[in-house]
Design a protein around this ligand. Structure first.
Ligand SMILES: Nc1ncnc2c1ncn2[C@@H]1O[C@H](COP(=O)(O)OP(=O)(O)OP(=O)(O)O)[C@@H](O)[C@H]1O
Ligand SMILES: [Mg+2]
Length: 244
């Protein structure tokens, strides 16, 4: 039962969106999944309550507040457990990290986010010493543009790598398809071209992302055969040229 915890001390970097996207991929491929919505604003639970008929049958969502996050993680019946935390540092965040098989830390490619990622890693290290076990973690780039890469981002990524901080190769790109599901319900698999441009590109991105996450959990990382960033860039360059 892998427990995947999305954590960042900074708000608004894409934890909730990545959580729902990953759950969408897992459930679409037949893996029963539980999302523990540990954000006091309960964004995923609200999505489910607003559009109950569009929620995948093998996805369960439990809103959890403050104290009982550990119990809910330990007693979750489904093979995959995803924990969406609020964007801050508190007791609950530390407890959830202490239970994780993998902590995923989203960041946009700027220095502020990199500093926040390092502060989450410090919490992970502390939980490792309390529980006397390794807690695997990795950083991923969230809400990035598939076409624009700046030098500052490259420097930041190089610094993280020099400090042995693993970074997923697949980004969770900025795509309308990832956010529109919160507005109209359902998952990326139910979207049509009228809902968001190129849902199939979002699905491909999400599946590559989940493939890399799964490999990380299994210890098969780094993966050689995930779609290279350059190919995705080309695909977007073609889309832009075609005015899509
Ligand atoms: N990959 C993405 N593509 C497009 N929009 C995104 C993506 N990820 C996040 N967003 C948008 O960015 C905003 C913040 O995302 P989200 O709520 O997922 O962040 P969060 O880290 O969970 O925030 P908080 O810390 O407040 O819980 C939302 O408006 C969401 O729709
Ligand atoms: Mg959130």
């Amino acid at each position: 039962m892998p427990v995947i915890v999305l954590a960042s001390s900074k708000g608004g970097v894409g934890k909730t969106t990545a959580t729902l996207t990953m759950a969408s991929v897992l459930t679409h491929h037949g893996a029963a999944t539980r999302i523990i919505d540990a954000d006091p604003n309960s964004p995923i639970n609200r999505w489910a309550e607003r559009f109950p008929e569009l929620v995948p049958k093998n996805l369960s969502i439990v809103p959890v507040h403050r104290t009982d996050v550990a119990d809910h993680i330990d007693n979750a019946p489904d093979p995959y457990v995803l924990v969406d935390l609020e964007g801050s540092k508190n007791e609950e965040v530390s407890v959830a990290i202490g239970r994780a098989d993998l902590v995923l830390i989203p960041m946009q490619g700027n220095q502020l986010d990199a500093d926040e990622a390092v502060s989450v890693i410090k919490v992970i290290r502390k939980q490792e010493s309390i529980f006397k076990r390794k807690i695997p973690f990795c950083v991923f780039l969230s809400m990035t543009s598939p076409v624009i890469r700046d030098r500052a981002m490259k420097r930041i990524l190089d610094q993280l790598r020099e400090n042995d901080i693993p970074i997923l190769r697949v980004n969770m790109f900025q795509r309308a398809a990832f956010k529109v599901t919160f507005n109209i319900g359902g998952t990326i698999y139910q979207l049509t071209a009228a809902d968001a441009s190129s849902p199939s590109a979002a699905i491909k991105n999400a599946e590559e992302f989940m493939k890399e996450v799964t490999a990380f959990i299994k210890g098969d990382w780094p993966l050689k055969d995930v779609e290279a960033e350059e190919e995705v860039k080309e695909e977007f360059a073609e889309m832009e040229a075609a005015g899509k």
